[in-house]
Design a protein around this ligand. Structure first.
Ligand SMILES: [Fe+2]
Length: 225
């Protein structure tokens, strides 16, 4: 679905509201029927050593799932992974996830993506390797709100939902706002893409072909995973 200016502006406004709440403890309105949206300072996620406090980050996602009334399975508590991509701005750039399955022989992958309000998975793409086809992906919005970015004509106000720290490290400017339940595929394998959560955060289910981390490339050269 191509995004209209009006729709993207609505998402933008929500993101700004979420960002404005970052300085407080809680705020930003309700987020899915399970209570108010929790907001955080970026420093909340980092220890004195500057490293991401992974347990704190996971708890933030568990709290979001509970707000969405989405079950926090024991498997999720045990196997969720979190990353700030070495950017050091987890409230802006980061994610949580769980690989339900990544089957090399069957060549399929099931993955859940968790994003806090306004949080971005930075721009990346997946290359072809000798032993791994380029990753095909599709995303289904299950809770909250998300804007997908990919190849195509630049969308009006596209930059309003992209965290300032990553604007110079994005090249694709075509935005798609998913409605709950909508599924959108990557337009072509090896195309660059990223996504940004709306003001409630989001849970996005990813359907994809088998993937290996060594096939992942990021536009921002400072990023590590
Ligand atoms: Fe991807």
């Amino acid at each position: 679905m191509n995004v209209s200016r009006r729709k993207l502006m609505a998402v933008t406004a929500g993101t700004v509201v979420a960002a404005a709440g970052v300085a407080g403890c809680t705020g930003g309105g309700t987020g899915g029927g399970g209570g108010p949206v929790k907001t955080y300072k970026n420093a909340d996620f980092y220890g004195a050593d500057g490293k991401l406090k992974e347990d704190f980050a996971k708890q933030a996602y568990f709290d979001m799932l509970q707000r969405f009334n989405s079950p926090v399975y024991e498997k999720i508590r045990k196997e969720m992974w979190v990353a700030d991509f070495a950017v050091g701005k987890f409230t802006e750039v980061g994610m949580g996830g769980i690989f339900w399955i990544n089957d090399k022989e069957g060549k399929y992958l099931g993955h859940e993506i968790y994003l806090l309000p306004g949080q971005m998975i930075p721009e990346h793409w997946h290359v072809k390797l000798d032993d791994c086809a380029p990753k095909a992906e599709a995303w289904q919005l299950r809770y909250g709100a998300v804007t997908l970015f990919g190849e195509g004509d630049p969308s009006p106000e596209w930059d309003k939902v992209v965290p300032a720290s990553e604007k110079e490290c994005t090249t694709v400017k075509h935005a798609m706002v998913l409605a709950l339940g909508d599924v959108a595929p990557l337009n072509r394998v090896e195309a660059r893409h990223f996504m940004v959560a709306g003001p409630q955060g989001c849970i996005v289910t990813e359907y994809a072909s088998y993937h290996e981390g060594k096939a992942l490339r990021f536009t921002n050269p400072k990023i590590k995973l």
